[in-house]
Design a protein around this ligand. Structure first.
Ligand code: FAD
Length: 487
């Protein structure tokens, strides 16, 4: 556990009457190294553990859709912690004010880790708070299989360079520790003067009504029907994936007309399930020893059958996802064209004056009213279901470049749309995926108009590889389902 520590501040004081875990990125109590660390320390110190979550409407780009999904999981956490007699407080306000205020009376304050700039700014402010000068502080990496700062000490150029490092280190990190024992009497915070949700009202309608009345949430887009947040729901999706999809993952995961991916990204984004737990469950279900994981990832190109399915899934869940973490952790410009490699910036600049096929207003783009039926379908799928198929995300991102005067404008529009509508938006994968559309983590290809040497995708390629009529029919069904809900 100690190795997962990203930052530590000692304290000479040994008073403090509880251990406080400020839950932010890792919104779960299963396979959460920060929570487990706090539990183990509380037990060792014989002090009660208290868990806090701060609801704030200052989270960049989050809207009703995201809050609803998050609150469903928080309620489940409240129920789970109540069973273990660990108080869980959902507070309202600014974490940078509330956590130091509550943390000053704690013996130990435990934090999880967020890779984005705003999350890091919050944690920096807490670590430098004078109110916490007498409190021991620990921050742990909770989301990466291998803590991002230990996987690599620099920004990686491609998946290949990171993959080598992960494969070498995975043997030390693939284990999945048992949860620590805890039997301390509960201890409660004095929340006088702090707006909070009554911790014994374990009802989603009441919690949602409270959040909507207390937070300034943008009413659009609407919450997504047919998907519920939380660990239990993530487990159900995972079981379904293992049972019905994993055996054809390598063959069909890229097919937008089919649904062969796990659909776990919103749960991973909110930290409602751990990637380490997912990979363990997948290997267990197929009775493959977990210590073969590094070799499967390293030798993917030589594999076939079920080994290839496992390797492909591990490549996405571990290598690609942790490449995105590496990117955002080491490159603070992850949301601007400054993050692109020099060759990509240069080649795109060389083609700045190339004639664009069309120019669409943001409104037409947002409504999915371009002349490209596949782009429109993907955009509408995302608006209504909070999810665009992964392969279409690549097409959708690249296609936009041919309609925008510059990469800066294309990146800005993609981030706006992705982060507004996708349930898994605002993630490290959002920034890496969108930057990938413009050459990040990729290599130069043959020169062509507008794109220069950046990899190109077109509708002819989609039609050649997939049954795109079936994709259009699929989206149509999704939209009609939505219309029926609205009617
Ligand atoms: C333009 C663009 C925007 C994207 N925006 C997001 C986003 O906002 N949030 C997000 O989570 N992903 C994003 N991705 C990455 C990828 O498309 C999604 O993670 C994937 O479609 C999620 O579906 P799934 O959970 O069914 O994936 P599965 O195929 O089941 O994969 C399992 C997990 O592996 C990870 N993963 C899969 N593909 C990738 C990838 N290419 N890069 C990094 N990690 C990956 C995800 O965490 C995913 O949940 C984006 C990609 C592009 C090209």
């Amino acid at each position: 556990m100690k190795d997962r520590i990203l930052r530590y501040k000692a304290s000479s004081k040994s008073s403090g009457s509880y251990v406080l875990y400020w839950m932010q990125q890792a919104q779960r109590i299963h396979c959460n190294p920060a929570f487990d660390y706090a539990v183990a320390k509380a037990q060792e110190l014989k002090l009660g553990l208290i868990v806090c979550f701060v609801l704030s409407d200052e989270i960049p780009e989050a809207n009703m859709r995201h809050y609803r999904f998050m609150l469903e999981a928080l309620l489940e956490i409240a129920v789970g912690l109540a069973k273990r007699k660990i108080p869980f407080h959902v507070l309202l306000g600014k974490p940078t004010e509330l956590i130091p205020r509550l943390g000053q009376k704690a013996r130990l304050l435990v934090l999880d880790h967020g890779y984005l700039n705003w999350q890091r700014t919050w944690r920096d402010a807490i670590f430098s708070s004078e109110l916490l000068s007498d409190t021991e502080l620990v921050q742990l990496d909770t989301e990466a299989t291998i803590p991002v700062h230990l996987a690599s000490d620099k920004e990686e150029y491609t998946a290949a360079t990171l993959r080598r490092k992960l494969v070498a280190k995975l043997p030390d990190w693939a284990s999945y520790p048992d949860p620590p024992h805890y039997d301390i009497e509960p201890q409660y915070l004095d929340l006088q003067g702090i707006a909070h949700y009554p911790y014994d009202m374990l009802d989603i309608d009441a919690l949602w009504a409270w959040a909507c009345s207390e937070l300034k949430l943008h009413p659009s887009p609407d919450i997504v029907g047919g998907i519920t947040g939380g660990y239990e729901q993530a487990q159900k999706k995972l079981s379904l994936f293992i049972k019905e999809k994993l055996s054809a993952y390598a063959q069909y995961r890229n097919h937008p007309d089919l649904d062969y991916t796990s659909e776990l990204s919103p749960y991973l984004h909110f930290g409602q399930i751990s990637a380490l737990e997912i990979i363990h469950k997948v290997f267990e279900a197929w009775q493959v020893p977990i210590d073969t994981l590094p070799q499967l990832i390293a030798n993917k190109k030589q594999l076939t059958g079920n080994s290839l399915n496992l390797a492909d899934y591990a490549e996405e869940l571990i290598v690609r996802r942790e490449l995105s973490m590496n990117f955002c952790f080491y490159n603070p410009d992850y949301d601007s064209a400054m993050c692109l490699p020099n060759w990509a910036r240069k080649t795109l600049n060389n083609h700045l004056m190339d004639a664009r096929e069309q120019h669409y207003s943001l409104d037409r783009l947002e409504q999915g009213e371009t002349d490209d039926i596949y782009w429109n379908a993907a955009q509408r799928q995302m608006i209504f279901s909070g999810k665009m198929h992964g392969y279409m995300r690549m097409y959708w991102g690249k296609r936009l470049l041919s309609w925008c005067p510059s990469v800066d404008e294309a990146q800005e529009i993609l981030l706006y749309l992705n982060n507004k509508y996708e349930l898994d938006g605002r993630d490290v994968n959002a920034y890496a995926g969108i930057a990938w559309c413009f050459g990040k983590h990729d290599r130069p290809w043959a020169e062509r108009p507008i794109f220069g040497m950046v990899r190109f995708m077109n509708a002819a390629g989609l039609k050649r590889k997939f049954d795109m009529d079936a994709y259009l029919r699929k989206v149509d069904l999704i939209l009609r389902g939505k219309d029926e809900i609205l009617a």
